[in-house]
Design a protein. Sequence first.
Length: 476
Amino acid sequence: MLTPGLVLLPLAAAVLLACLPRRMSIVRAVTFVALAAQIMAMGAIYLSASAPVPFEAAWLPSLGSQIYLYADGISVQGLMVLTTVLVAAAMAELYLQTDGSSSARMALVFVVAAALNLLLLSRDILLAAAAHGTAGLALAALLGIGSGLAGQTAARRFANQAVVGTILFSAAAAILAASSGSTVIDDLTRIDPAPARMAAMLLTLAIALQVPLIPLHIWLAPVVAAGSVAGRTLVLGGWCTAGAFCLLRFGLGLFPDLLAYAAPIPMLWGVATIVYAAILAIAQDEEDLLRRLSWATLATGGLLLVGVAGLETQPVLGAWMQTSTQALPRVGLVLLAHWITSTGARRASVAGVWVVLALVVAATPGAGPFPGWLLVLGGTTNPVVVGVVLLAGATIGYALILPATRLARASAGPAMPRPLSRLLAAVMVVVALTGLVPGSWVGRARPDIDSLLERIVETPSMSDDASTDGEAHDLD
């Protein structure tokens, strides 16, 4: 029951927070107990998941579907990231929210965590669509509750893109169910070409909204710059990371043949996203820290697509490592930027922390995301693509680091609060350990990525069989 526990534990915490008296002492107690339980469950899965941990139960039996939760090497890495992001979001709500902590917002934090965990564990596209919609609408509410006009506007924009993505997800699931009689990805080993192309297009648009990719990114910058701090933490650390998993599990896992057929369009789309993000990042006002961070996040989505479009283990593995290890330093930067902009703090120590985290996001050698960049670019044979990606990445790194010069020029504003300093120290320690010892992530994810890519070899024969069956039917 460890795997469903990752969904049931935060859901139970959300129910308790919504029903119990709204005293802050009770909110803190429930929060700490729920976080401890989530961390222990995730640790147990990580230590025991040399083999996957499945859980099955009936789900919408009239459609012939099943709940099928599955923790493999790819999803375990994502779940570990989401657990740490959940801790950061809860601490941000308790100690960094300028208008004080809210039991309603804290309950929504756990609802989002439960839904995102379900999205990462689901092997059913219909169930994934339900989890996607739940997480998106809960995140929109979390962003808007207690926020000003800008935050509420950003929350509505985020809700709109979440609803559109869920509709696209559900439509793809309906097409696959009508074609093959199931929405469980393990049952979709044979997909007729016509419905497969339509479902792939809908899923691509839904995932491109979540990762995000241009031109479907217009919700990102307003959300990062406004809304509750816990909501922004979960958007940058959880929502976009879960989108990367969706691209691997429901995109590459189901439609590698269509991805190969469409080459080089996915790679060009990813490169265009990185270049566009670099241009906007360097063009932002130097004091607009959060918008610069939003464009760095957009570039991460572009690099993910470049890696997945390589259709080989090395670039796909590197892209997944890059995306998942970017979540924590992005969370650290958004929390630090929120504190800087809300208090006007300026001092050398603040600038130093900002530079360290910005260097990690910029994929500096030795930092956690750096192996991801190496693997992606090492598996890319086009030298023009490699050069453009490197130049754009360097531009984004410069855009992130540049504001540190202004932060270090004066000593003003309050000292960094102890909860924030401890949280940022923990983020930097985890990121450093990830960079020094990436082998555990690589070793777990590589076999599962290999299994996703195996379908590329099988697909041509399937297509031939399908066309042969069609010709025979016509002759009859």
